[in-house]
Design a protein around this ligand. Structure first.
Ligand code: C2E
Ligand code: MG
Ligand code: MG
Ligand code: MG
Length: 286
């Protein structure tokens, strides 16, 4: 009886594994031609400066529009692309596209807007990454300080590549490029890395923002993160700000910047262009 159940569990596990492997393979194969077929697009989400309420910069977020129009969100393919290595090529495309767009928007608006770009570990560790970023900055003629590269805490966990990670961060930082810790607080990592890897911006994950307006403990935790970040001379972006109450609390708590549906959802380049041209009010267009 027990054995039969165990076997059934094992079979279920195997079936589940097979299903996932097939799914991963299907996504990988579909991605193979997707870049060439121009199926990727970038959305841009405004990031607001808390003290002025103005748009300080934007985060580039990749979207995959399959033939037929179906939109696949990054959570469904970035991990697979990381696994298969396709992220290297896709990441380069994102970098070139986003920095080109940034240069246009800076010129158009006359403001030193910033662009935040998500960088996956595999991409950062790719030989030539530093040279690529330098080349893109030069060819688009942007100020290096208006480029912000976002990495998650997971990059700091692997001791084997620590030297290499530090070298990449330092080389680009020496140029003036800024580095952000994305999804802070979700990476199962200890805080020691904050001493070894100097970062410029800390982005508090939205799970810590969720209930600050209803839960005292959540508010305290968020406040403590802000104090810590500022003590370490980092700017702070609160992610996932959806409500005016959250926004007000974060402002009072000293967060430098806010990003979330309350300020704006991610938008197409055309919509952002129109907003920057002043056809629309810039901030707070959920
Ligand atoms: P992320 O870098 O933390 O980006 C923020 C995510 O939160 C985005 O999801 C954004 O749409 C969503 N978001 C923003 N404001 C709110 C809010 O108020 N409420 C809620 N519930 N969500 C909000 P998205 O676009 O689906 O991207 C998911 C993740 O995929 C990103 O998380 C990032 O880790 C990854 N990603 C996106 N684009 C790229 C890319 O070009 N390269 C790499 N390596 N990863 C990317
Ligand atoms: Mg990000
Ligand atoms: Mg994030
Ligand atoms: Mg994320």
């Amino acid at each position: 009886q027990v054995r039969r159940r165990k076997e059934a569990g094992y079979c279920f596990y195997r079936a589940e594994m097979n299903r996932r492997a097939r799914e991963a393979l299907a996504i990988e194969q579909a991605m193979l031609g997707a870049l060439a077929a121009d199926e990727f697009e970038l959305s841009y989400q405004p990031i607001e400066e808390m003290s002025t309420g103005e748009i300080r910069g934007l985060e580039a977020l990749v979207r995959w529009y399959k033939q037929g129009g179906e939109c696949i969100p990054p959570d469904h393919f970035i991990a697979h692309a990381e696994e298969s290595g396709q992220i290297v090529e896709l990441g380069e495309w994102v970098l070139r596209k986003a920095v080109n767009q940034l240069a246009q928007w800076q010129l158009m608006s006359g403001r030193s807007l910033a662009m935040a770009i998500n960088i996956s570990p595999r991409q950062l560790l790719q030989p030539g990454f530093v040279a690529l970023v330098r080349e893109v900055i030069d060819s688009e003629g942007i100020q290096p300080g208006t480029l912000e590269l976002e990495v998650t805490e997971s990059i700091f966990l692997d001791e084997e590549v620590e030297e290499q990670v530090i070298e990449v961060i330092d080389s680009l930082r020496a140029l003036g490029v800024r580095w952000s810790i994305d999804d802070f607080g979700t990476g199962f990592s200890a805080l020691g890395y904050l001493k070894r890897f100097p970062m410029d911006v800390l982005k508090i994950d939205r799970q810590f923002i969720n209930d600050i307006h209803t839960d005292m403990d959540a508010a305290m935790l968020c406040q403590a993160i802000i104090w810590m970040a500022k003590g370490l001379r980092m700017e702070v972006i609160a992610e996932g700000v959806e409500l005016p109450e959250q926004h007000e609390m974060l402002r009072q708590s000293g967060a430098t910047m806010a990003q979330g549906y309350f300020i704006s959802r991610p938008k197409s380049a055309d919509v952002i262009t129109a907003q920057l041209q002043g056809m629309d009010k810039p901030a707070r267009q959920p």
